[in-house]
Design a protein around this ligand. Structure first.
Ligand code: PMP
Length: 355
């Protein structure tokens, strides 16, 4: 294949999609929409279907308006942008603000797609490290930023796969130091502990700060593929240059708008999922594992001499978790109480055999 030389070594990215009873590997919300919400989505789509001969609203204005009001913080639709998942939002950010001769930076362990956006956009990719306990090391980050002057800094808060949220002081320190764009990836924002601030609250002070969000996680809408961001309208205008025309289909816009009308219901299980997360972390600690405190809907635990063997053995019990992050660690998404029971049983059986 005459594929680009730099792409030759790669496999397509993606967690295994396996047909097993308990799926706790991609941080989805385990609770789907109710029948009433599903009916509203279907009815909205039935009405929109008669217009499918037309291209969608290229600016997705109605959806951006609804997302702005969902976010609050005085944001208007001109300060909101969207795409097919926050993955696509972030790739557009690197298309507009990265590119040949430019540098993007992040701090590992962090979300494994970041280097792929950089690779796809020919952006130089550099990483600093988090502290040994995986917390964000502000001084080390500021030193890297000072030395490398990255055009884009990508920070996930809560971070995937570790779960830590950044303090507003850290966000401000990075924004003050960074010469270019700072992206705060808040895919898991709704799972934060009450009282943990969002970077939306400092957006006004930093015209080069972008806060990305997604409907895939707490909002229980991963299949809808809708990611979005809040930023200065000038940033949104820059992204409109690189987006493909009509990139968000009428189908996506329609179903996302319908789901947003039911936001309370879509988010109703977040408190329960937080509680299940904390119980899962506590149980893992009681079993003698190391566990990272998480503000998200997953828990990173370890360590295992052969994590692949543990992952496979848990899978053999019908429970799919994720082999990701630092060597020796595994990540489990928070599911229903029944699913977490199956996870506990599987892990207990696996560890008993191994010991
Ligand atoms: N950011 C982080 C930190 C994530 O974990 C994920 C999903 N795994 C995403 C962004 C992308 O999510 P989506 O494209 O579904 O919005």
């Amino acid at each position: 294949m005459p594929i680009r030389d730099d792409l030759r070594p790669y496999e397509p990215y993606g967690a295994p999609q396996l047909d097993v009873p308990v799926q706790l590997n991609v941080n989805e919300n385990p609770y789907g929409p109710s029948k009433a919400t599903a009916d509203d989505i279907a009815e909205s789509l039935r009405i929109a279907a008669t217009d499918l001969n037309r291209y969608p609203d290229r600016e997705a204005w109605a959806l951006r308006t609804a997302l702005a009001s969902y976010l609050g913080h005085g944001l208007g639709p001109d300060a909101v942008w969207l795409a097919n998942g926050s993955n696509e939002v972030m790739q557009q950010i690197l298309q507009a603000f990265g590119g040949p001769g430019r540098t993007a930076a992040s701090f590992t362990p962090t979300y494994s797609m970041y280097p792929e956006y950089a690779r796809n956009t020919h952006t130089r990719w550099i990483t600093g490290r988090r502290a040994d306990d995986f917390t964000f090391d502000v001084d080390a980050a500021l030193a890297l930023i000072a030395a490398e002057q990255p055009d884009v800094v990508l920070l996930a808060s809560p971070n995937n796969p570790t779960g830590e949220s950044l303090s507003l002081e850290s966000v401000r320190a990075v924004c003050d130091a960074a010469p270019g764009i700072v992206v705060l990836d808040e895919a898991y924002a709704e799972f934060r502990r009450p009282g943990t601030p969002t970077a939306l609250s400092v957006l006004e002070d930093y015209p080069r700060l972008i806060v990305t969000r997604t409907m895939s996680k707490a909002f229980a809408f991963a299949g809808g593929r809708l990611g979005y961001l809040a930023a200065d309208p000038a940033i949104v205008d820059a992204l409109r240059i690189v987006r493909l025309p009509y990139h968000v289909s009428t189908v996506t816009q329609t179903v996302a708008l319908a789901a947003l009308r039911h936001a309370d219901e879509m988010l109703a299980r977040v408190a329960e999922l937080r509680a299940t997360r904390d119980e899962t972390a506590q149980w893992l600690r009681e079993q003698g594992f190391q566990v990272v405190d998480s503000d998200a809907n997953f828990v990173l635990f370890g360590t295992f001499a052969d994590r692949h063997a543990v992952w496979q053995a848990v899978l053999d019990h019908g429970v799919l978790i994720r082999e990701t992050g630092p060597d020796g660690w595994l990540r489990v998404s928070v599911g229903t109480p029944e699913e977490m029971g199956a996870f506990r049983d599987a892990l207990t059986a696996v560890v008993a055999t191994a010991r």
